[in-house]
Design a protein around this ligand. Sequence first.
Ligand code: GDP
Ligand code: MG
Length: 367
Amino acid sequence: MSESIIPPEVRPKPAVPAKPPHVAAPSPTAPHGPSGLGGGVGVDRVPGLGHSGGGSTLLGYIGIDTIIEQMRKKTMKAGFDFNIMIVGYSGLGKSTLVNTLFKSQVSRWSSGWGGEHKIPKTVEIKAVSHVIEEGGVKMKLTVIDTPGFGDQINNENCWDPISKYINEQYEKFLKEEVNIARKKRIPDTRVHCCLYFISPTGHSLRQLDIEFMKHLSRVVNIIPVIAKSDTMTPDEKNEFKHRVRKELETYGIEYYPQNEFDDDMEDKNENDKIREAMPFAVVGSDKEYQVNGKRVLGRKTAWGVVEVENPNHCEFALLRDFLIRSHLQDLKEVTHNIHYETYRARRLNDNGGLHPISANNTQESNL
Ligand code: GDP
Ligand code: MG
């Protein structure tokens, strides 16, 4: 059942576009293969572009489309990192959702996440990683769980440790980038998105929700989600979602996918649909139950089982597919091109050009 969950609104956007079917692959004996554009070969020697006199060669096969296959191979070999952070008030089910993500279809694609995990109260920022492999491509998925708000007497600036963590990851990346002996592939620990949990009050956002999202949306992709949505009726849920969207707009909080970064009309139309469905109302659980002969992740109530991966029950599957199937590459790009770039520019300005940092210099960020 769960295999078929691809919500209609979220269309997978391949990280690497598929090869157009009408372009034939170059045959090894073809007069001009992909090497035609290789290093050191002048343009006038590229078959099909030169003055060969033969009219037909002008329309001949050049081979630039093989770049897609080259990119795919490289990505497959290198693998990639994807890091999700989870933030919100204490007791909203954040740690449970971390387990739900790893136990859900995401990790059933791979092996190794078994056993029962008792969830202790989160007291420090903690990252859990799991390597997922599919079709030969490896993804290291890391979920960063954070201690809840509202635990302290004074919650003023309670986002400081979170913002410090995010900046420290940018700093680490920057240090690697400016290093004289820099790595071919820099390990990416930067937070690609931050799921912000909203209490299912049915009323409005709390002051702290607004403050947090306002501050952090400048440094990271914020994705608001409604926690424990099994505690609301469908009508209450829809009304609450509508109200939260209005409030976010009123306070000028830019959450992901941000309007201003839509690439074109197609992107805008697709993202508009997603924005209208946000914030996703999720339910988390790390327990499995037998439903219609199948084992499903769910919450058992006196009235039946709330199936977390069933889109008719909640929007967990929608959120997971949005993050991991359709918008993963975009989340990474916005993180790199917008948030990290802003950090980098500010840091280089502040530091009058940041001197190259040697590998053993581990000075921490003071931002
Ligand atoms: P955290 O403090 O935000 O990390 O919250 P926890 O994950 O520790 O969960 C707090 C309590 O809420 C636990 O008893 C969970 O079983 C329960 N819980 C977690 N997710 C949900 C949910 O989606 N719906 C309901 N009704 N309860 C949940
Ligand atoms: Mg917790």
